[in-house]
Write a protein that binds this ligand. Sequence first.
Ligand SMILES: [Zn+2]
Ligand SMILES: [Zn+2]
Length: 888
Amino acid sequence: MTEEAQTQSSMPKAYEPGRVEQKWYRFWLEKGYFTPRIDPEKKPFVIIMPPPNVTGELHVGHALTATLEDIMTRWHRMKGEPTLWLPGLDHAGIAAQVVVEQLLAKEGLDRHQLGREKFLERMRRWAESCRHTIAEQHQRLGASCDWSRERFTLDAGPSRAVRTAFVRLYNKGLIYRGERIINWCPRCATALSDLEVSHKDVQGHLYYVNYPLAEGQGFITVATTRPETILGDTAVAVNPKDKRFKPLIGKKVILPAVAREIPVLADEAVDPDFGTGAVKITPAHDPVDFEVAQRQGLPLVNIMNPDATMNENAGPYAGLDRFSCRKAILADLERDGLLKKVEPYSHSVGHCDRCQTVIEPVASKQWFVKVKPLAQPATEAIISGRIRIIPEHFTKVYLNWMEDIRDWCISRQLWWGHRIPVWYCRDCGELTVSIEDAKACADCGSANIEQDPDVLDTWFSSALWPHSTLGWPDDSEDLSYFYPTTVMETGYDILFFWVARMIMMGIEDTGEIPFNTVYLHGLVRDEKGEKMSKVRGNVLNPLDTLEQYGTDALRFALSTGTSPGNDIKLTPARLEAGRNFANKLWNATRFIVGSAKDAKPSPQGPAEPPLEDRWILSRLACTVASVTSLMADFQFGEAQRQIYDFLWGEFCDWYLEIAKIRLRSEAAASPLPILVSVMETSLRLLHPFMPFLTEELWHNLSGCLPSEKRGQSISIAPYPEPDEAAINPESERVMAAVIEITRTIRNVRAEHRVASQKWLPARIYADELLNPLTPYAHTIETLARAKPVTLHDRRQERPQGENTLVVVLKDTEVAIPMESMVDLKAERKRLSAEIARVEADLTRLEERLGDRDFLSKAPAAVIDRERDKLAARKDRREKLREQLTKLG
Ligand SMILES: [Zn+2]
Ligand SMILES: [Zn+2]
């Protein structure tokens, strides 16, 4: 065994993430670091985790969320604040129900065959297995959340919060049941909120249909994109100011296909420029028409079953699917001569976000939250700055949305979720709305009651998440200490679904804002900038990348370049960069630990520490100051980049290399105390970003630390604080010159392809820096493979007649004799031969251009080309001659 191998054998040669990650996570859990101690003297830092859906596994977007929240959490924990990061899961209503329905379909079953109770049992088992998977994945990501406070939206506590909130809003008149046009997904067989519908432009048709007048001759023509809804028309409307139709107002027309008589009436809502200016009114299947019908007192005729087949109101078309009905009705209109014309027409059609089925707007009895009164204080909280949204430009988006907010349909025709706490009395028809399960009608006392079969929109429970997880409606210790929470960190895509509703419900239920800061992160995209999706096949599974690169490399890649609101690219190159960084730090620590083991007592050092020591301490102090302010400003990507640049670009590349020279020299003061101390501080600085690697390295390094500096775990060690006294501009200036000179010599070597075993002599000219640089001649020699390196006063006379390459730098000049790089004799020979070749060319061209015969016969373009060539050759000869003269 060589001496070196022996001294470093305590640390394996390479970093193996798989070997250390589980060990440390278990250690952190056992020590209970993630469970905060309530200390009334201190202000806590609190993040409630956006609960992942129980629809399967975590994807890379969750990994980004977990990484960012863990960075914040670990940073605040190291700052000594009682820190709570509360994890949880969302039952995810329709999304999870669809997943389990698909599993059932594979067994040839559907939920109706199982029945509500058995189906819910299946759902619960599914949710439980997801809960395990997701918790395990979060642990592998290093998420330092408090598992003792983990919550699930369907747990008893949050469920009671849901019922309490519902009953309170109902009693205040802010929840009502009413017939409204809702978005109906025929496949999922449920109502959807506006946010769950995606609008796509579809190339369809505009059909012009003649409605015959009931009396006398003539028609009124209406245009529609959905001719099957003719069956549900209850009027034709025109604008009261539209002169064309004035005589027809008050007349009746006969509905084609079903021969029902309907009135022609005037309504301000009609746009005279759309279609013919007369529009059909289908109140049960169109939100605008519904409002017209409310104003005009028109009846509602619902023509569809929940599965989007036509019902008995569709007369001869009953039983047909809506799209088959469209075909049949068009054929009949054509036959009867009532289809006036058909135009191609591009229009927006709502699709179910879950299953992409075309949404049917349909009038239906549903539960709604009257949102306007809730939106007002939620708007005020943002305007007053009590809640800050990062990045700031989302504030405007939020405020615009709050202004146009519409009532929120909260009932869903699903089984999986919080069942609506309303019971209908079969005897007196009254409703009982209750937090506890009702046993009897609140009005007549009859036990003949039945609970509403529907469940609440899954976002209803999500809207209560910050306070329901902390114990609301009880006045718990957690609620009073940890609420309002500090940061809500989530994707910008759910600002309305979730963030806005949490603010509304938080203020409504508790009288206080739910969080002080909303941090919105971007989406994770692939190398080409495309959104990751299963359909595109570009999804990076976080677990696969963990196996391949290690958790810290994944976290590093996810936080590289991240800034609030901006999308990030996750690429193999970034993952590799993360892994390389981990290896670099591993090797550096291993070197330091190994060197410390066989350190000989250092000779009495000079009174003043060497300049490079003051330099690295100054650079560290600047980095700590800058990182601290970036972290406070939520600029985690930039903070990480600066730590990376310091550790790799300054500490490893320069200080460590210079330290190696000192370690080899018996005379110099040992750099080990500085190596150990800078590395130890840097590990603490980096810990929130790369928790596993830093914990492992910190323990390896701790043997080199004075005993009072050793600790149990880096995760509870204090975060570095900026040390103003260490900032030393003078040492930074000198070291910047050493680095610049070394880089320049290295570049010159590379440009002139100097063989690696060859040493170049170099003269450095300096003025002010002459004295401080002089002791670094040997350092530059070693780092740049230059010998001898000599320092000279800039005003000194330079050697004459020597062919020298001079590079002028910021404070210095570097001079390298050409002779040292190139074989002058061979180079002269090469240049002379080249000149001879060019001259032969020149002679030929000159002869040609002097030939009268050629000049008179050749086309002008050819002659011009020859002249251009001649000029180019002359130019080339000049340059070659110059080079030759330089060689002397
Ligand atoms: Zn659907
Ligand atoms: Zn009753």
